[in-house]
Design a protein around this ligand. Structure first.
Ligand code: TRP
Length: 368
């Protein structure tokens, strides 16, 4: 493939046909994860730009815990350098990172088995950015559809060099630990394709540290089902809209938020995501948190109206998250422990990053 049309391939990574192909491949991988968990290393990451909410929980955290519990080696990155891709300051980053670590642990990530780490503490990971940047063109970076969308969302802010190149930095996140698998939603598929391209081009241009294997394996996407939990007003969850139920929120705040939730004028509750998105979203939340079925829950509420629906959802969400929230509160009360967990994760990540950088420098004949 010529370098010129790679950008188009990145764009094509989100096309219908290749989406279907990714979905089929993900199903096969799912089967192998169960049969041979020891063959896979998974890397996932979040930007610590705000508090994790229940959309994150059902969209990705629960899945990470599931993979870890299958016996898959799990790496979890709090992507602190990605915070400054589209904003001027870092915000209360330290608090957010530790809050995220508390959420990971409270939700079931086990620091004995998983590696929890941050970008800024892993110099050798960040150094991979230099050779990796030599393997991409500005044209393909400018065509990355996710970067374009993120830039548009900033409303006319000039594109920073970091926003333009962060997919390359994200490739370093994935490749430094030689992850085989990255659980992603469709918006992250172009970045995964970029990481695959970089792994391949590194091998073509710079060669290997040992004759038999490329330095970097080709990572694959594990496409998650589009679990789109909306905010309490029926639109995308977003902190600025005050429609977000955070994992760490208390039961009363959760109740107040759900009480204000938007419903519609039809008192008869039914599950109909296309025509009744707000009511259906609440039913979905109730289903996820009780293990029930949204249609059956709707039938049970029947003519009880929005009030009965909200009471049901509040009880369901608060019951489900109560043990997670209690554990989270305990963890936050012991900051020394959280610091220790992150320091241990960073130490493990540094060992692996340094070993990979060593292979890179060997391949590039830059070992002195
Ligand atoms: N870009 C991801 C997001 O915004 C976060 C992230 C950073 C990530 N590094 C990663 C995801 C590596 C997967 C793999 O959600």
């Amino acid at each position: 493939m010529s370098e010129d049309n790679v950008g188009d391939n990145l764009a094509a990574a989100t096309s219908e046909a290749s989406l279907a192909a990714s979905q089929r491949r993900s199903l096969k991988i799912e089967a192998d994860l169960v049969a041979h968990p020891e063959r896979w290393r998974v890397l996932t990451g979040d930007r610590p730009t705000g508090e994790l909410h229940i959309g994150h929980y059902f969209g990705s955290l629960a899945n990470r815990v599931r993979l870890q519990n299958l016996g898959v080696e799990t790496w979890v990155l709090s992507a602190d350098y990605q915070v400054i891709t589209d904003r001027d300051g870092v915000g209360p980053i330290r608090e957010r990172v530790y809050s995220a670590v508390a959420n990971y642990l409270a939700c079931g990530i086990d620091p004995e088995r998983a590696v929890i780490f941050t970008h800024s503490a892993i110099p050798a990971l960040n150094q991979l950015l230099l050779p990796f940047l030599s393997l991409v063109t500005d044209a393909e970076l400018k065509r990355n559809p996710t970067v374009k969308a993120e830039h548009e969302a900033t409303g006319g802010r000039p594109m920073s060099g970091l926003l333009l190149t962060y997919p390359v930095h994200q490739a370093a996140d994935i490749l430094f630990c030689k992850a085989h698998l990255v659980p992603v939603g469709k918006d992250q598929l172009p970045h995964l394709e970029q990481a695959r391209v970089i792994a391949r081009r590194f091998d073509e241009r710079y060669g290997r540290s040992t004759p038999d294997t490329p330095v970097f394996p080709q990572p694959e996407a594990l496409l998650s089902e589009a679990m789109n939990i909306l905010g309490t007003d029926g639109t995308k969850m977003s902190k600025s809209k005050g429609n977000t139920i955070e994992i760490g929120m208390d039961a009363d705040a959760t109740a107040r938020l759900i009480k204000k939730a938007v419903t519609d004028s039809d008192r008869h509750i039914s599950y109909d995501p296309a025509r009744r998105p707000e009511v259906s979203n609440l039913l979905l939340l109730a289903a996820l948190t009780t293990g029930g079925d949204p249609e059956a829950i709707a039938e049970g509420i029947g003519d009880g109206g929005g009030g009965a629906l909200k009471a049901y959802v509040t009880e369901a969400v608060n019951t489900f998250f109560a043990p997670i929230r209690a554990r989270r509160a305990e963890l936050l009360a012991d900051p020394g422990y959280l610091e220790q967990v992150l320091a241990a994760g960073n130490a493990k990540a540094n060992v692996v990053a340094e070993a990979t950088l060593d292979e890179v420098r060997t391949a590039m004949r830059m070992k002195y």
